[in-house]
Design a protein around this ligand. Structure first.
Ligand code: AOF
Ligand code: ZN
Length: 379
């Protein structure tokens, strides 16, 4: 292949990746996939997987072709599937259309595919190239890969802090550290995840709703409360609104049955999980969310819960909103007080952040360093 062709493959895969991300929040627990069909340097058609249960990217792209795709190349962000799920296999659709070359960014980690899609294409005489912009594709679908391989959702820890790393004052006041544009952005994230996790402390202090009230709502997140002793008051807004957005409460196996029945009667779901040495077994709670096919969960706090997830190595990604103000005070909480780092060399490290300005604030989006797509260390 000439260097011109290699550059062209990357350009077209970039285009397919941009299409894929349009499915974010709508396709999970499926992966986000984009596809571009090209012949003689001309794009004949393109498409993306747009909703769970709907047609796959390849099928949509073929359907959108302005001319016959016979002899064309297909650029796909994920290995084409080779089995009948809710939709027929994409490999067959590509072969039936007469596609001659398939360029894919990464293999599908789904055990029903995992290389078999490529093998079937090659057997039929199609030229297959794998790995173009692989890192970008793996990054995009890391939640899908993690859920597929480990049975657990991707965990995003989110917090808003002052320049000196405080989430609130020592008296507990935190409204508002960040500006409206930053808060709007946080709502947008709520609108694409499967669950929003808080501790009972936050419920008792703020009586939050945890719904997406600004920005595009792509799915309704389950509101998850970590509440060992079921202290959640029946008057809490998370309880009174649980018919419009589900509320799931994780508690200890020895929590009061009377309180459990009261919350259940009000429409909440209560799920006992075991304990580990530091409290509720959060890993077990994540396993349960994984069984429910949740791909992304957003841990919103408060300080205790953030710290509990970080300290157990259960966080994959952090969204840190930083506001230009100082709070001070040793007693004011930070996000990671449960981490006891003796040497800087042992600190929990993140990859280089993607940084974005939101009004006067800054957002840092970063992943825990050393995660391999879908094969995170601790989480
Ligand atoms: C593709 N192209 O656009 C997507 C793929 O239940 P189904 O039929 O929707 O199949 C879901 C599985 O198909 C999913 O777990 C993943 O392995 C693959 N997704 N494959 O060729 C696509 N979304
Ligand atoms: Zn498919």
């Amino acid at each position: 292949m000439t260097s011109g062709e290699v550059a062209d493959d990357e350009r077209l895969m970039r285009r397919a990746l941009r299409l894929a991300i349009r499915g974010q929040g709508r396709v999970e627990p499926n992966p986000m996939v984009g596809c571009v069909i090209v012949r003689d340097g001309r794009v004949l058609g393109e498409g993306h997987h747009a909703r769970f249960g709907g047609p796959h990217a390849e099928v949509i792209a073929l359907r959108n072709c302005s001319a016959s795709p016979r002899g064309a190349a297909a650029f796909v962000t994920l290995e084409p599937c080779c089995y009948t799920g809710k939709t027929p296999p994409c490999v067959e659709a590509l072969l039936a259309a007469g596609v001659r070359r398939v360029v894919a960014a990464m293999p599908d980690p789904n055990p029903r595919v995992r290389g078999r899609g490529f093998a079937a294409l090659r057997r039929a005489g199609v030229e297959v190239r794998v790995g173009v912009l692989r890192t970008d594709a793996e990054r995009l679908n890391a939640p899908f890969s993690k859920l597929t391989r480990r049975g657990r959702p991707w965990v995003i820890a989110k917090w808003a802090q002052s320049l000196d790393g405080k989430l609130a004052t020592a008296t507990g006041d935190s409204r508002w550290i960040t500006s409206p544009p930053a808060r709007r952005h946080a709502h947008q994230t709520r609108g694409r995840v499967d669950a929003i996790v808080v501790g009972i402390g936050t419920v008792l202090a703020d009586d939050p709703l945890l719904t997406c009230r600004h920005g595009r709502l792509r799915r309704v997140a389950t509101r998850v409360v970590l509440d060992s002793r079921l202290r959640m008051p029946p008057r809490a807004r998370l309880v009174t609104t649980c018919r419009s957005a589900p509320t799931l409460v994780f508690c200890s196996p020895v929590a009061s049955v009377r309180r459990r029945l009261r919350l259940e009667a009000a429409g909440c779901e209560v799920c006992p999980v075991g304990r580990d040495k530091d409290g509720l077994a959060l890993a077990e709670a994540l396993d349960e969310l994984g069984r429910r096919k949740m791909s992304n969960v957003l841990v919103e706090g408060g300080p205790r819960v953030l710290s509990d997830f970080l300290q157990r190595g259960l966080v994959d990604e952090a969204h840190v909103y930083v506001a230009p103000l100082l709070i001070g005070d040793r007693a004011a909480p930070g996000p990671a007080s449960g981490l006891h780092t003796r040497r800087v060399a042992d600190a929990l490290r993140f990859d280089e952040p993607r940084v974005r300005r939101l009004g006067p604030d800054w957002l840092f989006v970063q992943r825990v360093a050393g995660l391999r797509a879908g094969l995170p260390g601790g989480g």
